[in-house]
Write a protein that binds this ligand. Sequence first.
Ligand code: ZN
Length: 175
Amino acid sequence: MHVYIRSALRLAEVVYSGAMKCPFCRLDNDRVIDSRACQDGFAIRRRRQCLKCKRRYTTYERLEESTIKVVKKDGSRVPFQRDKIRRGLERACWKRPISDRDIEQTVASIENDVYTTFENEIDSRRLGELVMDHLRGLDEVAFVRFASVYRQFEDAGDFVEELRPFLVNPNKAPR
Ligand SMILES: [Zn+2]
């Protein structure tokens, strides 16, 4: 059983229920030899051995859909959306020599941080800091530009709104 993971899934809520059927002999009886999180952190890979035919196989268990919320300044909560993060990074990296793949990887690691560090919700300010941390590692110019570029985009919506207090804080300003 291979399950491909697309987006926001949550490591903390893995539930394994019941035995797997052996793909070779169909027996409903196996033992788990080894379990580990996949590299992206969003799936659990298990090596199993059938107790009857002794053959080994691997399962990838899909994790539960995210329910993590972003707590905004006014106390309202909105679902965490990776697309917002992605759009933000794309704008910061505009005309920079940064590939789609780099952006995608950065989004994935931000997402991974969010799901492995926070339980049910994340403060919007904290999320902004997280994005900044990752952006700094991606491209210094994009990082430095972040504030000025974002403020010019009228349609940047909540994301910019959420980041603004962070961006105007001189203690957080780039060198
Ligand atoms: Zn078997």
